[in-house]
Design a protein around this ligand. Structure first.
Ligand code: ASP
Ligand code: MG
Length: 609
């Protein structure tokens, strides 16, 4: 007998017939001898409808902060009704079919959250009432996406209702699974599982039987449509076994694996450390190629030559250059490969004006799934380095990791500064393992993601001194702008360029904020480009193989696609390309790593957009 949490999304409970199909699946699971807790979303597009209704009665005037806060409270009261309809109907359907069941909303269960309306994070879930009802032989049907706040006076759950943010019922399900120590949390949705890429662009995208939490989080831009990233964060921190399956089919779906030992605290489910570990690597040499021509094939030629000699390239960054038509590329490699790498790099005729080598460097990294969607974390890292007087030479970020290259002589101070800022221990990161028996059978690249919703901002002529990256980021954090793919490359002059990507919707806001401070902070032009897309490859196994990035760059070069920015982490390589070439970029990369299956994955025709 297992304790199973099943979560059904809006499309799975869109109408009475779908609710009956869900009822049947639940009954089957119970008949097989399991205890079942069900978490549901609102029916179909109910939540969208409620949001539209709210907008139609509250005119769009310029609101004060107080007015916005007041409206957010009522918004939560409104939106929770959607899920309440579903729990009542599903529980009635189960009862009518002879299966004892009870419906409970977030406040009845006591899903306790922070007091932030419309975007509350879960503090804890009381397991007692759920367990008591299960013990009576009932299926417990719980409303996702909602909770109640703590009463600051008593420290007990209050009657103030909150929601978790759009798409939040996945997060409710995993939080409940963690609290009741369920054996598995199954997320039922309208796709058959996690695919290697977007099937609307690559019809023969294949389904993965298994993916690690880390991979899933790095694929966030692709996966966000399937899974709320916060749910994966909880699964990872509490070792909750999760799977994504279709509610229309009987396929096994995709299992999402977590590290075996959870590190989370059940009393602050979602409000934990943003940064889990800090690590430093002194075995690094930095090689930079300055002012190389900005056309397709350059990165490919460089990294292919290095890969052909077995050189293990670690960080790679490429940023835009203020001078039209040229780029800088910098990368790091292990010390013992320096000679070889230098010979290879210098012998290449790719037109670099200068090749510089610096072996007095170290790479300091912070890792934590909690940094997703929290722009303040990167800023805080850079600020703490600045306060310790440490200059950052290179920056490369991914969804869950930020790495900075600094002078090796600054290493100890840097570690101390970061430990103090984030209250973390120095240790190596506990990676999510791939459980398959034969690791060598697994493709190093597991998924290819495309994010078209990005814009690029480059801040030019940033003085090369401690604190600049931090100050630039602070402007953005203040306006609550999340950025990713931060890349800083160092040129031969005493200025740097810092480039990053933000959501297109935030571009204007970010531009205004940055331009406002150009004079004060002493940097130059702020150039913005909304016509770009970010394409990424992700795979936990990439660490064990060299030349993976080179293959990605070659595939792009062969298709004559120019790479405008590169950022890497151990399990991810991201490139910025022109938006009109984005779909083609995705296709050629997916092809390069042979990720297609021999037939198209079936997505129910009703759901094809
Ligand atoms: N019904 C909510 C929404 O549409 C929560 C969810 O479906 O996950 O955002
Ligand atoms: Mg949903």
């Amino acid at each position: 007998m297992a304790l199973i949490v099943q979560k059904y999304g809006g499309s799975s409970v869109a109408d009475a017939d779908r609710i009956k199909a869900v009822r049947d699946r639940i009954k089957q699971t119970v008949c097989a001898g399991n205890q079942v807790v069900v978490v549901v979303s609102a029916m179909g597009k109910t939540t969208d409808g409620l949001v539209a209704l709210a907008e139609s009665v509250s005119a769009n005037h310029d609101q004060t902060l107080n007015e916005i806060a007041a409206k957010e409270r009522e918004m939560d009261l409104l939106l929770v009704t959607g899920e309440q309809v579903t729990i009542a109907l599903l529980s009635m359907a189960l009862q009518a079919a002879g299966q004892p069941a009870i419906a409970m909303n977030g406040s009845q269960v006591r899903v306790v959250t922070e007091p932030n309306h419309t975007r509350a994070r879960i503090l804890y879930v009381e397991p007692d009432r759920i367990k008591a009802e299960l013990a009576l032989g009932k299926v417990v049907v719980i409303a996702g996406f909602q909770g109640v706040t703590l009463d600051p006076a008593t420290g007990l759950p209050s009657s103030e209702i909150t929601t978790l943010g759009r798409g939040g019922s996945d997060t409710s399900a995993v939080a409940i699974a963690a609290a009741i120590e369920a054996d598995i949390c199954e997320i039922y949705t309208d796709v058959p599982g996690i695919l290697t890429t977007d099937p609307r662009i690559v019809p023969k995208a294949q389904m993965l039987t298994e993916i690690t939490c880390d991979e899933m989080l790095e694929l966030a831009s692709l996966g966000a449509k399937v899974l709320h990233p916060r749910s994966v964060e909880i699964a990872r921190n509490f070792g909750v076994r999760m799977c994504v399956r279709s509610s229309w089919l009987d396929d096994a779906g995709t299992v999402i694996t977590s590290p075996r030992i959870g590190t989370g605290n059940l009393k602050s489910l979602e409000v934990n450390r943003f940064v889990e570990t800090v690590s430093i690597d002194y075995d690094q040499v930095k090689i930079a190629l300055l002012q190389i021509p900005d056309h397709p094939g350059i990165a490919s030629q460089l990294f292919k030559s290095l890969a052909d000699r077995g050189i293990n390239v670690d960080l790679i960054i490429q940023a835009v250059q203020e001078t039209e038509g040229v780029n800088d590329i910098a990368f790091t490699i292990p010390q013992n490969q320096l000679q070889l790498a230098e010979v290879v790099t210098r012998s290449l005729e790719i037109g670099a004006s200068l090749v510089t080598v610096d072996s007095n460097v170290a790479k300091i990294s912070i890792i934590g799934v909690g940094m997703i969607g929290r722009p303040g974390v990167a800023a805080q890292m850079f600020t703490s380095l600045a306060e310790a007087g440490i200059n950052i030479q290179m920056i490369s970020t991914s969804e869950i990791k930020i790495s900075c290259v600094i002078a090796a002589t600054d290493g100890e101070n840097a570690i101390a500064a970061i430990q103090k800022a984030f209250d973390v221990k120095v240790r190596s990161h506990q990676a999510c393992e791939i459980n398959s028996e034969n690791i060598s059978d697994i493709s190093p690249v597991r998924g290819v993601a495309l994010d078209r919703n990005r814009a690029r901002i480059a801040v030019q002529q940033v003085p090369d001194r401690p604190g600049m990256a931090a100050k630039i980021l602070e402007q953005l954090v203040e306006h609550n702008i999340s950025l990713d793919m931060i890349v800083q490359s160092q040129s031969d002059r005493d200025v740097n360029e810092i480039a990053f990507t933000v959501a297109i919707a935030d571009l204007a806001k970010a531009e205004t904020a940055l331009k406002q401070y150009a004079k004060v902070l002493g940097y130059g032009e702020v150039s913005c480009d909304g016509d770009i897309s970010k394409v990424s490859i992700v795979g936990a196994n990439m660490i064990h193989q060299s030349g993976i990035a080179a293959r990605m760059f070659s595939a792009l070069a062969d298709a004559n696609i120019n790479i405008e920015m590169i950022a890497t982490s151990e399990i991810k390589v991201s490139c910025v390309v022109r938006d009109h070439q984005a779909e083609q970029a995705l296709k050629v990369i997916h092809q390069e790593f042979n990720l297609s299956g021999d037939r198209a994955i079936e997505v129910p025709s009703a759901l094809k957009k």
